[in-house]
Design a binder for this molecule. Structure first.
Ligand code: NAX
Length: 324
């Protein structure tokens, strides 16, 4: 039988953790034939709650789940890990400045990056979900010099899935009719969901909707969907975020022709090298590749540039704070 793959989830006692762990254990993260070992990393105050979730995971008697550990020790949690889902983060609270937010997250993602560097398996793949996800991924990556830089990614798959769903509803087509959707830039309100390369029934999506809807409804609805969920549910997206994390890792490992993921830029499309920005990507042989050769018109250029500028500002800020 295949050796179980170790998957580490941080923030395991949180709401995304609760929606995520059962799906990993049931085989949806890596495939229905891949046994997994789970490692749940939490802060000391939340270890007991995470252990409670571990009891429930036991109670599912998942055939693919070969073991669970719960710990507040990052070195132990990442020891031998092949997949790390970094979900736990310091949220922005009232009155908090961006610098405070980045500082607090630097205190989490710097040490976790080092623990990954020192302990993870050679094939480690990291997905950062905790916000600000792109910059947290950059911080972790910069503390893991021995891990190939491209193994650090951040999640824009939820934004991608939201864009698919909004467009499918508008055009009254199944989501499966939509190809080549792309989210560019930062996982923030500046993100750019691009309909100029997306295709519906083989034709460009932007040509099938009116420009006002695209500009004034579609883009802001996708970009602000997180806030709308909080407003409606009284809590932030959890099951949909967990679902997107599953999609991201599954496609990374098993391959896809086209999706969106925030990966380190190689300079493509004018995005400064090293910045962890969302791109149209394919996954081949277990590696993300930026899809090349797309023509970017002025409308898209302006929006991609604005989001990338925000990422550059975040990178400058974490440099000035000495976090990278
Ligand atoms: P919760 O507050 O429910 O859970 C977070 C958990 O992380 C808590 O149990 C906390 O104890 C733990 N934690 C904090 N610091 C930790 C550390 N140093 N090591 C290990 N665990 C630690 O938040 P939840 O709703 O689960 O959201 C988690 C993160 O996902 C947030 O940063 C949130 O902003 C982000 N999101 C990102 C999304 C994306 O698309 N990239 C969408 C959903 C979500 O908003």
């Amino acid at each position: 039988a295949q050796t179980p793959v170790k998957v580490t989830v941080t923030g395991a006692a949180g709401q995304i953790g609760y929606a995520l762990l059962f799906r990993i254990a049931s085989g949806q993260l890596l495939g229905a034939d891949v046994p997994v070992k789970l490692s749940l990393l939490e802060i000391p105050q939340a270890v007991k709650a995470a252990a409670g979730t571990a009891m429930e995971l036991d109670d599912c008697a998942f055939p693919l789940l070969s073991g669970i550990e719960v710990t507040d020790d990052a070195n132990k949690a990442f020891d031998g890990a092949s997949v790390a889902l970094l979900v736990g983060a310091r949220p922005r609270t009232a009155g908090m400045e961006r610098g405070d937010l980045l500082q607090a997250n630097g205190g989490i993602f710097g040490p976790q990056g080092k623990a990954i560097n020192d302990n993870a398996a050679d094939d480690i793949r990291v997905l950062v979900v905790g916000n600000p996800a792109n910059t947290n991924a950059l911080i972790a990556q910069q503390h893991a010099p021995d891990v190939p830089a491209e193994r650090f990614t951040a999640m824009t798959r939820l934004d991608h899935n939201r864009a698919l769903s909004q467009l499918a509803a508008k055009l009254q087509v199944p989501v499966t009719e939509i190809k080549k959707m792309t989210i560019w830039g930062n996982h923030s309100a500046t993100q750019y969901p691009d309909l100029f390369h997306a295709e519906v029934g083989g034709k460009i999506a932007a040509e099938q909707v009116d420009e006002a809807w695209l500009r004034d409804t579609f883009i802001p609805t996708v970009a602000k969907r997180g806030a709308a969920i909080i407003e409606a549910r009284g809590a932030s997206s959890a099951a949909s975020a967990a679902n997107a994390a599953i999609d991201h890792v599954f496609d990374w490992v098993n391959g896809t022709e086209w999706t969106s993921a925030a990966i380190p830029s190689d300079g493509s499309y004018g995005v400064p090298e090293g910045i962890i920005s969302s791109f149209p990507v394919a996954s081949r042989d277990g590696k993300w590749e930026i899809i090349q050769g797309l023509e970017i018109d002025a409308f898209s250029r302006e929006r991609i540039d604005a989001s990338v500028r925000e990422l550059e500002e975040e990178r400058t800020a974490v440099r000035e704070l000495g976090l990278i």
